[in-house]
Design a protein around this ligand. Sequence first.
Ligand SMILES: [Zn+2]
Length: 98
Amino acid sequence: MFKLRAKALFSEWRPLWIVGDGQYASLAFCNKGLSVMLHSDRDKAEKAKAEIDKYGCGGRCTKKHAVADLLDIDLDDLAIRCCRPPKRNAAGRRLEEL
Ligand SMILES: [Zn+2]
């Protein structure tokens, strides 16, 4: 059940939707919020990201796309590379929510 984990991990970004299931997520921080697509392996996630890199993720694409391993994720790094969450909680709080 990676969907629940993704929901908790990315809660600060207030995901618009989370689809699929699996350990690897392709993420799009464009538009009004985060869209998350879950995949069973990294290859599929990378392919999904490559596609939205190429064609855009729809709406107002600003190319803020990433791939993340839900079991080995650095949210701070993600925030720096892609997009900071609208409202940042303390790190401790975030861990408790998991
Ligand atoms: Zn995009």
